[in-house]
Design a protein around this ligand. Structure first.
Ligand code: AMP
Ligand code: ZN
Length: 141
């Protein structure tokens, strides 16, 4: 385990995705960051952008990892605009703010004019066929 890794007892699902130990629909990757589709999207194309280094929240990361994350956010916000010009960008820090996965991540949530997608009932699991279409739409090129 590298610096910033959680202990073995606190296995982290996003560290597993960053290390390719767990599957994900990845649309971008560089040395310090990775972006993939949320498996329980609020809207079509809901993306997560994470640092490869483990940290529960943004302020746990060294500054160069924070800036790498923002650089990737810039790339991914531009690509999200391939789906819709509008989107929400969100970061939940702490349980009271709705954080469920304690490895820092930004959400990019495309908006298509729906009233309020931020309800548990509006979330359907990501389907494989659409995920593959989205990976094609959101990958480089
Ligand atoms: P948060 O409430 O900000 O911690 O959001 C965590 C997000 O991670 C939720 O939107 C989940 O649907 C998403 N999520 C959890 N596990 C995975 C996974 N294995 N692959 C992709 N997205 C995930
Ligand atoms: Zn982690």
């Amino acid at each position: 385990m590298g610096p910033g890794s959680p202990s073995a007892a606190e296995r982290c699902v996003f560290c597993d995705i960053a290390a390719h130990r767990s599957p994900a629909f990845v649309v971008f990757e560089d040395d310090q960051t990775i972006a993939f589709l949320d498996i329980f999207p609020f809207t079509r194309g809901h993306l997560l952008v994470i640092p490869k280094m483990h940290g529960a929240r943004l302020t746990d990361l060294p500054f160069d990892h924070q800036t790498a994350l923002v650089r990737t956010l810039d790339v991914m916000c531009h690509r999200a605009e391939r789906l819709a010009p509008d989107y929400n960008l969100a970061l939940n820090a702490g349980r009271n703010a709705g954080q469920i996965v304690f490895h820092v991540h930004f959400h990019i949530i495309p908006r298509y004019g729906e009233a309020n997608p931020f309800r548990a009932t509006s979330r359907e699991p990501l389907g494989d066929d659409d995920a593959q279409a989205l990976v094609r739409a959101l990958s480089a090129g």
